[in-house]
Write a protein that binds this ligand. Structure first.
Ligand SMILES: [Zn+2]
Length: 62
């Protein structure tokens, strides 16, 4: 039996020098985690379409 695929993101791919990473089973769940992290760690008040696209581009599926 194979392990389920999951989505993974490294904040360092978006924000240089940040060591935060997260994984989730769905892109939606991972984006929620990434947005929460951006708010807390990077003082992001609103996720712009550009930022959302950058974050989505940084998501890897394993
Ligand atoms: Zn970060």
């Amino acid at each position: 039996m194979q392990a389920k695929e999951h989505k993974h993101i490294a904040c360092g791919d978006v924000v240089e020098g940040c060591a935060w990473t997260a994984s989730a089973l769905t892109e939606e769940e991972l984006l929620k985690k990434a947005v929460a992290h951006a708010e807390q760690a990077h003082n992001v008040k609103e996720v712009s379409p550009e930022l959302a696209a950058t974050v989505k581009a940084a998501i890897k599926t394993h």
